[in-house]
Design a binder for this molecule. Structure first.
Ligand code: BDR
Ligand code: CA
Length: 314
């Protein structure tokens, strides 16, 4: 079977870097045809640079990287250096990227590429605020029925939020863009924090990854060590979620994830809860079930697969 064509929209972020490396290490299943960047964890200039550094680390500078929107549709950008460090991918020791960004804007690229590919072929993965995809849908709604599926990291339900009590970071940063995408009718799969918290990366797993000895494995382990410093106030052990990598894990091995089709809408009105993903778990609204909500992950299966795939990179 041909590899599934995906565009990854991202704001690296160490966990974004893991999602990218996991995908790049899985070429038989995933054909990463382009990467688009957005302002999120850190400003756009850094997320773009970071994406280039990651593709070069993986020896895949043939994959075009397009810079997109520097900030959300309506709100002001909120970044997360307190989690990721000032560069966004602290821990990585790699040379400056030599590959240039593509000249085209990411939103124009999304529109052109989705229109050009056969209908239903292309999957779009969003690992940051959904600004680029929301803008593309607003600009050219004919892309919506052409997309096979949008797989996103974002949101929360029983866990609430991690940016506010109600909202997860990616949705909180640009709830209006998320609203456009969630109301568009496109098939959606959501890896919320309820899902990502169930697969936590342990220090032992990171050491096993480092022991692979390749530059990608060593640098991924370095990023993971930095990333897991955050969260000691929340998690009882040294293990930490690696959120965005769950998107790649789902594309490769959906059987590792519990799944439930629900209606999900985005709260936009209340200052207390803006950016909350309102998941109609019991279908009390009767509204269309627009989203495949991912739940518990088979963590052992997930980390075994990620280790296997990261180990194939240079
Ligand atoms: C999400 O927010 C970012 O900090 C991470 O990269 C991830 O996409 C987790 O809430
Ligand atoms: Ca991210």
């Amino acid at each position: 079977m041909a590899a599934r064509k995906i565009i990854i929209d991202t704001d690296p972020g160490q966990d974004d870097a893991f999602a990218l490396l996991f995908a790049l290490g899985s070429p038989a299943e995933l054909d990463v045809i382009g990467i688009t960047t957005v302002g999120g964890n850190v400003p756009l200039a850094l997320t773009s640079r970071n994406a280039l550094q990651i593709v070069e680390l993986a020896g895949r500078s043939d994959i075009p990287v397009y810079a997109g929107c520097p900030g959300p549709m309506v709100k002001k950008l909120k970044t997360a250096e307190y989690v990721h460090g000032p560069t966004g991918i602290d821990g990585l020791e790699a040379p400056d990227p030599v590959t240039p960004l593509q000249p085209q804007h990411a939103v124009n690229y999304l529109v052109d590429k989705i229109m050009a590919e056969p209908e239903g072929d292309l999957t779009v993965c969003t690992l940051g605020p959904m600004t680029n995809l929301g803008m593309a849908m607003a600009m050219e709604p004919r892309i919506i029925p052409r997309i096979r599926e949008v797989v996103l990291m974002g949101g929360g339900f029983f866990q609430g939020g991690n940016a506010t009590p109600a909202a997860e970071f990616n949705i909180f940063v640009d709830p209006h863009a998320a609203h456009v995408v969630f109301e568009s009718g496109v098939p959606l799969t959501m890896a919320s924090i309820d899902c990502t918290y169930t697969a936590q990366m342990t220090p032992e797993w990171i050491n096993t990854l480092r022991a692979v000895g390749t530059r990608s494995a060593v640098q991924a382990a370095n990023m993971a060590d930095f990333f897991r410093r955050y969260g000691s106030h929340k998690f009882p052990t040294e293990a930490r979620p690696i959120h965005d990598a769950c998107v790649t894990g789902f594309l490769l091995a959906p059987h590792l994830f519990q799944q439930r089709l629900c209606n999900v809408s985005i709260e936009l009105m209340s200052p207390e809860t803006i950016g909350m993903t309102v998941v109609d778990w019991w279908h009390v609204t009767g509204r269309r079930k627009n989203c495949n909500v991912l739940g518990r992950i088979d963590s052992d299966g997930f980390f075994a697969l990620m280790l296997e795939r990261l180990s194939t990179l240079p």
